[in-house]
Structure formats: C-alpha cells, structure tokens
Design a protein around this ligand. Structure first.
Ligand code: DC
Length: 222
C-alpha cells in the first residue's frame, strides 16, 4: 500500500496519541507527537528564563533549539530529545502544561515547529497528532481525523495518567488545565484548533481502544 500522511487533531487529552500510536504500529508508520515539540520549547524557555514576550529573545532562543525524535528499543515508543537530552518524561509535568498553550500562541514558535513537522512528513508514512496538523501542517493529508470526547472523561483519563507521577495532583488542577488549554488553543490567532473541513470526527467517549483503532482502519479500508 502506498504510504500516506495521517493527521489526528483534537482537544487536549481525548486520546489522540493513543490512536496515533496504535495506527503507526499497525501500519508500520512513524508516530510524531507535535505537542511534545511545543512542550520541549516551553521547557527550554522556562529553564533559560527566556522572556517570551520579547520577539528578539524568542528568535534567538529558537536558533539554539534542536528537536529530534528517537525510537526507544526497550519501550517501542518514540521519544523527544531537546538538544540531545531525552526530555520525554520532564515535558509531561503540570508546570509545562500550565505554560505550553501560551507559548504555542507565538507566531515564531509555530513557524519553527511547523517547518520541522513538515520536514518529518516529507517521506510520508507518518501519523502526526496535534491541534493544527490537518489544517496547517499537512492540509493535503490523505486521512484526517478530528477527535473529541466528553470533558469529564478527558479529565479522568488525564488525572489517572498524571497521578501516577505526582500523587499530590488534584482533579480540579487537571480539569482547570484542560479547560484553559482548550480555550487558548481554539482561540489563538495563528492556526487555532479547528476541525479541517475534510476531517472525519471520532468521538471516543464511549468506545474502547480496540473500537477506535477499528474505526480508523476502516477509513483506510485496511
Ligand atoms: O498534545 P499536547 O497536549 O501534548 O499539546 C500541548 C500543547 O501544545 C497544547 O495545549 C497546545 C500546543 N499544541 C499546538 O498548539 N499545536 C499542536 N500541533 C500541538 C500542540
């Protein structure tokens, strides 16, 4: 089968990465987590106290950032490296989640990330998830999925995930963070979160992981 580009966009914590990983595994494609790129940029800005309201400071900082994905043989997962350091674990912290949407509104940051993402998709055979992948990054992608799920289900899923790492986290904190990010992500000026006109909606509130994979594979007649 000819390799294509598959895009998965949608709200925070509605299972985009789970579906993207399932599809990549099934099809032998590369999975790219575009959110991890915005999170890694956020980590860099926080670490080096970059004033992201200052355009020159942002431009200078972006010149010093190299982002790469490497396949982890042990876990079978793809992990992000920031200037050679594996930051896959660090970027999942709530401190990053609280700032990432703001940083992802910056035009220069988006320009940097989108250029890198487009390079990664040149050879096709990728599944990329995010917020603007079907609208801005790969508007010509052969399959676009837009995912959604009820907020209560999304909060519960993300809470479980974060609680494993940080037992002090509360449901309220997780809920507030998801709602804030959804708001900022869908209201920003540059490439806001939107369903592409030709994207197919997948609401996974009441379906299992197996069912969601089946749904996506059906779309490919696979
Ligand atoms: O998918 P995620 O929750 O890891 O993404 C973190 C943030 O990054 C998200 O709240 C908004 C931003 N993001 C974006 O603006 N565009 C993308 N394509 C992916 C993520």
């Amino acid at each position: 089968m000819e390799k294509i580009v598959i895009t998965i966009d949608g709200w925070s914590s509605c299972g985009k990465s789970t579906l993207a990983k399932q599809l990549a595994k099934e099809l032998g494609y590369v999975y790219i987590d575009s959110g991890a790129m915005y999170r890694s940029i956020t980590l860099y800005f926080l670490r080096y106290h970059i004033d992201w309201t200052n355009k020159a400071a942002v431009a200078k900082a972006l010149k010093n950032i190299v982002l790469e994905f490497h396949h982890n043989e042990k876990t079978g997962e793809s992990e992000i490296f920031l200037n050679g350091e594996n930051v896959e674990y660090l970027i999942r912290d709530l401190v990053i989640a609280e700032k990432v949407s703001d940083i992802a509104t910056i035009k220069e940051v988006r320009g940097f990330a989108v250029t890198e993402q487009q390079k990664m998709g040149k050879k096709k055979g990728i599944v990329m998830d995010g917020r603007d992948i079907g609208t801005t990054v790969f508007p010509d992608a052969a399959l676009k999925i837009f995912m959604t799920a009820d907020i209560a289900v999304r909060v519960e899923r993300r809470f479980k995930e974060m609680f494993e790492k940080n037992p002090n986290i509360t449901i309220e904190e997780v809920k507030n963070n998801l709602e804030m990010r959804d708001y900022i992500d869908s209201n920003r000026e540059v490439s806001p979160l939107r369903k592409a006109a030709d994207a197919i909606v997948l609401d996974n509130t009441h379906i299992s992981m197996e069912q969601q994979l089946k749904f996506a594979l059906n779309l490919l007649n696979y």
